[in-house]
Design a protein around this ligand. Structure first.
Ligand SMILES: [Zn+2]
Length: 373
């Protein structure tokens, strides 16, 4: 007699083994996936017709780990045949201030910019995976957005949410114009940038899976000076956990239906679990916790793995996993990041405990765990 969790695992394993994920899924499995992962705090099965959804023949371009392994010759490289896309999260460079991802504690410290740190991690992962036989595409290779639309494209949308001042004073008018500009820039480099990355993955790269690389940060504690936080942890995110409000949005519902039925879910689960485990092993960090109901842990045996409705995870059709190891402004990780940046600034040899090398090696190990024979 299987428990529900075991049945889910058995189903997942069978599918991954057989490479059948593009085939239709039973209505019972869809209802189970909705209640445990995709809409655990909203009644997805009451909104969606799982019987009807089970009859859909999903459109997929990616191959399952089992299919990739089966097509590989015995003498091939360990990751031959795999095509991965890597998303170095955010942008970095001159945009990091606009991204609110630019900080340092002391004036003598080096600026910590998430977009720059994860680009180096992605480049290291890229080199390793290629040496192991995988085909790897980076979504960006510099500190510039890939979204061709600049802030003027978003001007009208940015103005929509802001009320123009009644006052005719120059100061009031200029303040309003600056507020609109600031919103338009954020729309271009955050929301618009994520939408463009998802479009490129879906329409141009069409990989077997996408891995999005981030480094987490905690909100600053109350107080006048910026102080490092005590807690440091790691987690991995896959798509799921829509709220009732999100489920009511027809656009989000359409994307949920696509992700629920196209077989990406089980591969995300396997890849996310493997990466969660290898990151925990490499970093020694405990698993992160979500206190609010905007995310859900879907397997007690992999505490690092959470389902959450993030825009990139929702919009990318193929299996997608987003990594959030380390708290950049924590007492443990901040000095390690400073040390890593200082070594790079003077081209010194990297320390044995280099945090970016540790991160990259953990990603490679997780990919190998899922896709090598
Ligand atoms: Zn991030």
């Amino acid at each position: 007699m299987f428990t529900i969790q075991q049945t889910f695992r058995a189903f997942t394993c069978l599918c991954l083994f057989a490479g059948f994920l593009s085939a239709q899924t039973a209505p019972e499995q869809l209802a189970y996936d909705l209640s445990t992962r995709y809409t655990p705090y909203a009644d997805g099965a009451a909104v969606l017709d799982v019987e009807l959804l089970a009859e859909q023949a999903p459109d997929t371009w990616w191959r399952t780990p089992a299919a990739i392994r089966a097509a590989r010759s015995d003498h091939g490289l360990p990751l031959a045949g795999l095509h991965l896309a890597l998303d170095p999260g955010h942008i970095g460079g001159m945009w990091s201030e606009w991204e609110w991802r630019n900080f340092r504690i002391a004036e003598s410290d080096i600026w910590v910019r998430e977009g720059e740190l994860v680009l180096e991690v992605a480049q290291r992962v890229h080199a390793h995976l290629r040496a192991l036989g995988a085909d790897v595409t980076l979504l960006r290779e510099s500190h510039q957005p890939i979204n061709p639309k600049t802030f003027d494209y978003y001007w009208a949308q940015a103005a929509e949410g802001l009320t123009a001042p009644d006052e005719v004073s120059l100061k009031a008018q200029v303040d309003y114009a600056l507020a609109v500009r600031n919103r338009a820039i954020r729309l271009a480099i955050v929301t618009g940038e994520i939408a463009e990355r998802a479009r490129v993955v879906n329409e141009v790269i069409r990989p077997d899976a996408l891995i999005s690389l981030h480094i987490n940060a905690a909100s600053w504690p109350e107080g006048e000076t910026q102080q490092l936080v005590e807690s440091d942890h790691a987690h991995v995110l896959i798509f799921g956990c829509l709220s009732a409000g999100e489920l009511a949005s027809l656009r989000q519902q359409a994307q949920l239906v696509k992700k629920l039925t196209n077989g990406s879910g089980a591969i995300e689960f396997a890849l996310g679990a493997a990466l969660g485990s290898t990151l925990a092993e490499a970093t020694g960090l405990p698993a992160s916790d979500y206190e609010r109901k905007n995310a859900i842990r879907i397997d007690p045996e992999v505490p690092e793995l959470w389902a959450r409705n993030l825009m990139l995870l929702r919009l990318v059709d193929c299996p997608s996993v987003l990594l959030e190891p380390y708290i950049a402004n924590s007492q443990a990780s901040y000095p390690r990041i400073q040390k890593a940046l200082a070594a790079r600034a003077v081209n010194a040899p990297l320390g044995e405990d280099d945090i970016l090398v540790e991160y990259a090696d953990a990603v490679v190990a997780g990919v190998l765990r899922v896709y090598s024979n």
